[in-house]
Ligand binder design. Structure first.
Ligand code: PLP
Length: 240
């Protein structure tokens, strides 16, 4: 049973790594520039353990209720945990206990809560600002429906993260808008990331690309791809 699952995951990993290599070759980039984050949401801790055995070092989760017990079951593996889901301030204390990077920082109130809890826990948390690339989202002021700060508000949010105790500004994250060509959206994200690096040279992470669009993301400068389905298989419909 476990052996069969290991084979499945090994095949998914080999196929995903081949896609990353091909996308890098096409873009004239080196595959060592890309970090693969295995998005293990809805899958058990045993899958995280198998992936770690196959060499995966980075894991992504989007719901604290699921991630917290999984991370504690896998604490012996020394993995880097990425929190990639929308984050309510009342979950911040729990998330800060296991997450190394939070990809979904989209408002100053969340920055304040993360900083306060990171100080309390004695941990440093890497922060990516989730940017809304949805053209229908408000130009400024307010968080888009799928999460994310408006591009115009990125500099101000970046300053807040950079000033906050025990937080480290690492870069940007985005999800391509539904039903649109992801290429132009990721190109826009690359522009935003470039402007950010002008003011904050250490903020060099661009988290973009999932199973369906990691190739376009790599063509547009992604440094981190977040891959679930292509690695672990199709998720069961979500039941609360
Ligand atoms: C689930 C999820 C992913 C992975 O999506 P797949 O299409 O399964 O690869 C990536 N990023 C975020 C924010 C997610 O919630």
């Amino acid at each position: 049973m476990n052996d069969a699952r290991r084979e499945e995951l090994a095949a998914g990993l080999a196929a995903t790594e081949a896609r990353i290599r091909d996308a890098c070759r096409a873009a004239g980039r080196d595959p060592s520039e890309i970090t693969l984050i295995a998005v293990t949401k809805t899958y058990p801790a045993s899958d995280v353990r198998l992936l770690a055995g196959l060499g995966v070092r980075d894991v992504g989760e989007n719901r604290d209720q699921e991630a917290a017990p999984k991370a504690s079951e896998c604490a012996d593996l020394g993995l880097t945990w990425h929190f990639i889901g929308q984050l309510q301030t009342n979950k911040v204390r729990s998330v800060v206990a296991y997450a190394d990077l939070v990809h979904s920082v989209d408002r100053v109130r969340l920055v304040d809560a993360l900083s306060r809890e990171a100080v309390r826990a004695g941990r440093e948390i890497g922060c990516l600002m989730q940017v809304s690339l949805d053209p229908a989202a408000p130009a400024s002021g307010g968080v888009a429906e799928r999460g994310g700060v408006a591009p115009a508000d990125v500099p101000e949010l970046a300053e807040a993260v950079a000033r906050a105790e025990n937080l480290r500004l690492r870069g940007v994250m985005a999800v391509a808008p539904l039903g649109q060509d992801p290429g132009p959206a990721f190109a826009r994200l690359a522009e935003i990331a470039r402007a950010l690096r002008n003011d904050h040279p250490g903020a060099d992470v661009v988290s973009a690309g999932m199973s369906g669009d990691l190739d376009e993301a790599i063509a547009n400068g992604a440094t981190h791809v977040r891959v679930g389905t292509a690695l672990l298989g199709r998720r069961k419909p979500f039941v609360r």
